[in-house]
Each structure stands twice: as structure tokens, then as C-alpha cells.
Design a binder for this molecule. Structure first.
Ligand code: WT7
Length: 647
């Protein structure tokens, strides 16, 4: 734990929207008078029908429910687009940087984006899509991804974005779970100079998801792809005849806005559902305060729209706030490790928000890749997705930001909708590695294993005591799973799944997941999901997956595999299993280590002792803890003696 404290730079304290005293006052008010606080915050949104009710929430089983601004009505896309047209219609809304620097960028104004969104919304309507229908989006980082999202929200369709790195199998499961009739994709994606066969993946997925009636296909690379008559529509052809006007649909504040699948501790990904009113207020407010954002500032969040960060902080937050948001199609190290900072210089980016895993990868390439760029436009840096180790923080601060830019280390989750524990640049003295203080309306608590609330400096399970507007409302199709997953571990509290320490100054330090979820390069993976992919292989009898420390990815994937009796495990099988998991889930789930094990350590009741597997994966084998409940202790000796050379 780093002891260094970096004070708020004087010019930030003087000019920011919120200074330290302001933060304390606003945070206190948000907890003491949530009705008053949120009624005021909600004024930043244009409501079609004003709300009279603000907060109707309970985490208790007897009257469990989460409703915010319940009787209000609004439209998110109108708040992102229409209301800016008069003052900033010709301002660039989306600055798009392609994968290759040799291809020209695109600059899309609010007026153009509005027209594009209306045309696409009309195309969806012409295919029978209306309020409450689910639309799956499987697109690369192109402006059309924003168009598709905004078009859905304009007509009240519920979008479900599936990250374009997921396999056909994973895509099919997500299409089927929410019963999407429409899929929006591209011929191919482009990342780091490599092509991704998106349309072919969709075709493969639809063999398992026959309910899809419409596939809209954007031409990105111009590859020759199969088009099925009556089902598949070329994007450009589809919008050619559509009107550039489309009346936004009035959506109830609690009408569903989007579904985003995320991994949990069971094998099946959860469809996290966000609703319209609370999410919109939360996205706009957190984006403004966390980034001290003023309309028109050039802002770049380097996340993919396939993750929640892309939803809230590439698209919705910045557009709600009249921003100019950079969308980047590529990767940090293509064509070389200067790319991020070249794009910063090219567009004069003032605010840059990225993931620790990318920073660690770039840090290893050497400072010269950064130093050869100017970066003088940068004023603020952000970090998201996983704990940032103090070494990477210091590098970001000194080398990238030249000690001029505060860093906001934002802790949050798909479930929380937006930044939940985070510094504010004008308010929070920074401690490298700490996400620091709670956002307005958020009351974090630390609990011990028995559910007692810990006071002062302490370490425990991180829960949130009461609802905030951006909170997820349910798991799609399984409200009971929502309640069971988040509100039963500690009765009456929202359980985050993270461990956390609070220091004597009240700073929160996230220590990582304490459930069976691992964080690989800022991507959340359920270990059970990888295990079920492995056991689906015909030669595998049993598998157990745990996280292991990884210098770049944060955590790597360590899989213990027991093969069927007649199978002789060897390197060829190892390679085959790696490939198998990549096709079952996607490249983000690639195991880093596979250790073959004739048996897994189990208790006498047959429960796998994951604690021991984690220790072996971490190579922390000096003290394995209590092994007395093992059914067969020799299993552990075998595992210890056979750690693969690659581990
Ligand atoms: C999990 C949520 C934040 C949106 C993108 C990821 C970890 C996230 C931080 C941070 C420490 C962090 C947590 C959390 N996490 N941000 N700044 N410091 N840990 O959303 O895929 O839902 O993952 O990511 O473990 O629970 P997600």
C-alpha cells in the first residue's frame, strides 16, 4: 500500500466543478437527503413527463424493489442528441480513429449523428422492432455502434451488446437468453491489423439461435460475406430510403434500457439490466464530476462498447454532456506502442481514460514510445477495470501525464452503471492504488465474515448500504437470481463481490474479487464458465480454474485439468484445449497455464478445495493452510511436484 499522497493541484482546486469541501458537503447531503439531492441532479436531464417520485428502494426481502424517478418519462437518445442540436449541432460528437493510422479519421457532428440515428431507428422500426424488443449488437469500435445503441434507445428497444471478441457459441447463448430477433453486425472487424470474421461468427451463432429474423450488416472491410435473402440487410441499403427524422419514444423511467451480459460465479453469464431514468441521470452526473467535464472538451475513453465502460463513458455519459468523444477502433500497440499518445496529439485529447492492463503493457515497452509524443493537451487521466498497482500509477502519472495531470482511479462494476468509488480531480488528494472516496449517493461499508459492520481502518467485504440511481435492476429473465446473487450474502446490503480495505483517512483500496470471478486484463471472467468450456471437451473429465498473478494482465487463467482415464495428457492436448476454450468463449478466456492432474484436491464431501489450487497457481506453496479435511492428501503432493514449466 503506497503511502504517498499527491495533493490536488492548486489550479484544479480553484477551477474544478467540485473542490474538497464541496465534495464533502455534497456527499453528506446525498446520504442525508437523497430525495432532495437526486431530484436536483435529475434536472440535468430533459424529462418528457416530470417525475413526482424520486427514490423507492429497498434491499430487504420483504419489500425488495429498486425504482428511481418511477413516474417520470424521458428518452435517452433525445437527451444525447436532440437537445444539443440548437447550441452545438455543428460540434463534433464522435471523433473516430480507425485501426490503421493510414486510414482517415471520421468527424461526426451532433447534427449528422442525429440524422444517422433517426435513419437507423426507422430501419429498425420497418423490421418490426419496437419498445421492449431486444436487439443484439455485435460490432467493432466504429461510429455505427453508437448509432445502433442510440437508435435502440430512441425507439425503446433494449440493446444487448456482445463484445466482438466473443465466439459464436458465446454470442448464440446471449442472443437466445434474451430472445433477440435482430442482430447488428459488420462484415469483419479490424484490430491491430487483424481481421475478425464477425458476419461468419453471426452465421455460426444463428445455427443455434434460429429465432433471429433480421441481421443488419455494416460494410467495414468490404469482405465478401454470405448474405441470406430475407434475413440479412446491408446497412447502407437499409437506411438509404429512411427518413432522417424519428420521433423519440417516451420511456418510463423504469422501462428497460439495455442488457449487458457479465460473468458471475456460476457458469451462465448474467444479463445485467439497466433501466432508463436512473441510469441516464447517473451516467450524466458521474461523467461530469469524475472528469470535471465541460461541453466540447476532447475526451477519450479507450474502452470497447462491448463492456459497460464503453456504454457509460464512451457513448452515453459524454453525449449527455454535449461532449466530443473519441472512439478508437484499434489497440494500444499497433502499429507501435506510441499509438495512444499519437492519437492524443492528433486530436488534442484533454482527458484520457484507460485500463491498467494497457498501461502495464506499454510501460514494458519503454518510456521512449511515450516521450516521442507531445501530450501537452492532456489535463486529466483516468484508470478503470481493475486495481492499478502503484508502479503503473506512478508511471502513468510521471511519464504519461508529466506530473501535471491528476489521475482518477474509478472503481465500479457492470452492475453499478457508473463510477461508484472514485476520486474527483479537484477534490481528492490522490493515493496511488486507491479508488479513494465514494461517489455521491454511495455509502460503502466493510463487513467481516459474520456480517458485522467494521468501523474505521479495516479490511473486509465491500457492500453498499443503499440504492443509487445507476444500480442494475434485475438479471434478465431471472429476478430471483438478482436477489440471491447480490442481496443474500449480507442481508439488506448490495454485495459487490470485492474485498476492500479502508485506511485511517477513509480511503478505499479495492483488493480484488473474493468470489469465483477473476479479472483478466480488466475483463471479468467467471472461473465456472471456463471450467464448463473445458469439461465440454470430449477428453476432459474434470477441470478447476483459478486466477494467478500476471505482470501485464493483472490476473492470468490457471486451469487444472483431469483427463478421461484412457487419455494420455501431453503438450498437443494442452494446445488443443487452449484452442478449444478460445472457440468456446473467445480469445479473452485463453488459459495461460494448463496443469494436468490425475485428481483434484477435494474434501471428503467432494468439494474442490480451491484455496489450495489458488496457492499452487500463485506459487505460494510454503504454507497451504489447513489440509486436514482433504480426502486424499497425496493429490496435493502430486500437484506440487508437477507444476508446469510455463507456470
Ligand atoms: C470488477 C467489475 C468498472 C467497469 C469495468 C469493469 C474490478 C473495476 C476497478 C478499480 C479496482 C476494479 C472490481 C469490480 N474493478 N474497476 N478502479 N480498482 N478494481 O466492470 O467487468 O463489471 O468488473 O472490476 O473487481 O468488481 P466489470
Amino acid at each position: 500500500m503506497s503511502q504517498t499522497v499527491y495533493p490536488v493541484p492548486a489550479e484544479w482546486a480553484a477551477n474544478a466543478l467540485v473542490d474538497e469541501a464541496g465534495y464533502r458537503e455534497m456527499h453528506r447531503r446525498s446520504l442525508d437527503d437523497p430525495e432532495g439531492f437526486w431530484a436536483e441532479q435529475a434536472k440535468r436531464i430533459d424529462w418528457i413527463t416530470p417525475f413526482t417520485r424520486v427514490k423507492e428502494t429497498s434491499f430487504d426481502e420483504a419489500d425488495f424493489g429498486i425504482r428511481w424517478f418511477g413516474d417520470g418519462a424521458l428518452n435517452l437518445s433525445a437527451n444525447c442528441l436532440d437537445r444539443h442540436l440548437e447550441a452545438r449541432g455543428d460540434q463534433v460528437a464522435i471523433l473516430w480513429e480507425p485501426d490503421s493510422p493510414d486510414e482517415p479519421e471520421r468527424r461526426i457532428t451532433y447534427r449528422q449523428l442525429h440524422a444517422d440515428v433517426c435513419r437507423f431507428a426507422n430501419l429498425l422500426k420497418s423490421r418490426g422492432v419496437g419498445k421492449g424488443d431486444r436487439v443484439t449488437i455485435y460490432l467493432p469500435m466504429v461510429p455505427e455502434a453508437a448509432v445502433a445503441m442510440l437508435a435502440c434507445s430512441r425507439i425503446g428497444a433494449i440493446h444487448s451488446i456482445v463484445f466482438a471478441g466473443f465466439s459464436p457459441e458465446a454470442l448464440a447463448g446471449r442472443i437466445q437468453d434474451c430472445d433477440s430477433r435482430v442482430v447488428i453486425t459488420a462484415d469483419e472487424g479490424l484490430r491491430g491489423g487483424r481481421k475478425v470474421p464477425l458476419k461468419a461468427n453471426v452465421d455460426a451463432a444463428l445455427n443455434h439461435a434460429p429465432g433471429v429474423e433480421t441481421v443488419v450488416v455494416l460494410k467495414r472491410t468490404g469482405a465478401d460475406v454470405a448474405m441470406r435473402d430475407g434475413r440479412d440487410i446491408d446497412w447502407a441499403d437499409g437506411i438509404a430510403e429512411q427518413s432522417a427524422e424519428c420521433e423519440p419514444t417516451a420511456m418510463g423511467a423504469e422501462d428497460p434500457l439495455f442488457i449487458l451480459y457479465t460473468s458471475g460465479s456460476t457458469g451462465k453469464p448474467k444479463g445485467v439490466l439497466h433501466t432508463t431514468g436512473g441510469y441516464t441521470v447517473w451516467a450524466a452526473m458521474t461523467h461530469e464530476y469524475v472528469f470535471d467535464y465541460r461541453p466540447g472538451q476532447i475526451y477519450w475513453c479507450a474502452a470497447d462498447v462491448g463492456w459497460v465502460t464503453g456504454h457509460t463513458y464512451v457513448i452515453y455519459g459524454p453525449l449527455l454532456n454535449g461532449g466530443t468523444t473519441v472512439m478508437f477502433e484499434g489497440v494500444p500497440n499497433f502499429p507501435d506502442p506510441s499509438r495512444f499518445w499519437q492519437v492524443v496529439d492528433k486530436f488534442g485529447v484533454e482527458i484520457f481514460y484507460g485500463a491498467p492492463t494497457a498501461l502495464r503493457a506499454l510501460m514494458r515497452e519503454g518510456d521512449e514510445w511515450v516521450a516521442k509524443t507531445s501530450r501537452k493537451s492532456l489535463r486529466l487521466l483516468g484508470s478503470v477495470g481493475e486495481p492499478i498497482n502503484p508502479e503503473a500509477w506512478e508511471w502513468y502519472y510521471r511519464v504519461v501525464g508529466e506530473e501535471r495531470c491528476p489521475i482518477v482511479d474509478t472503481w465500479w462494476q457492470t452492475e453499478t452503471g457508473g463510477a461508484t468509488i472514485t476520486p474527483l480531480p479537484g477534490a481528492t488528494p490522490m493515493k496511488p492504488g486507491s479508488a479513494s472516496w465514494p461517489m455521491f449517493g454511495v455509502k460503502p461499508l466493510l463487513l467481516d465474515a459474520d456480517g458485522n459492520v467494521l468501523e474505521g481502518a479495516a479490511e473486509g467485504s465491500l457492500v453498499i448500504a443503499d440504492s443509487w440511481p445507476g444500480q442494475m435492476r434485475t438479471v434478465w429473465g431471472d429476478h430471483d437470481r438478482f436477489f440471491q446473487t447480490y442481496f443474500t450474502t449480507y442481508k439488506g446490503y448490495y454485495f459487490t463481490g470485492d474485498g476492500c480495505r479502508r485506511d485511517a483517512d477513509g480511503y478505499y483500496w479495492i483488493t480484488g474479487r473474493i468470489d469465483d470471478v477473476i479479472n483478466v486484463s480488466g475483463h471479468r471472467m467467471g472461473t465456472a464458465e471456463i471450467e464448463s468450456a473445458l469439461v465440454a471437451h470430449s477428453k476432459v473429465a474434470e477441470a478447476a480454474v483459478v486466477g494467478m498473478p500476471h505482470p501485464v494482465k493483472g490476473q492470468g487463467i490457471y486451469a487444472y485439468v483431469t483427463t478421461n482415464a484412457e487419455v494420455e495428457p501431453d503438450d498437443a492436448l494442452r494446445a488443443e484445449l487452449v484452442k478449444w476454450v478460445r472457440t468456446e468463449i473467445g480469445p479473452i478466456a485463453t488459459p495461460d497455464v494448463i496443469q494436468f492432474a490425475p485428481a483434484l484436491p477435494k474434501t471428503r464431501s467432494g468439494k474442490i478445495m480451491r484455496r489450495i489450487l489458488r496457492k499452487i497457481a500463485e506459487n505460494d506453496t510454503g504454507n497451504l493452510g489447513d489440509t486436514s479435511t482433504l480426502a486424499d492428501p497425496s493429490v496435493v503432493d502430486h500437484l506440487l511436484a508437477n507444476r508446469p514449466a510455463t507456470a
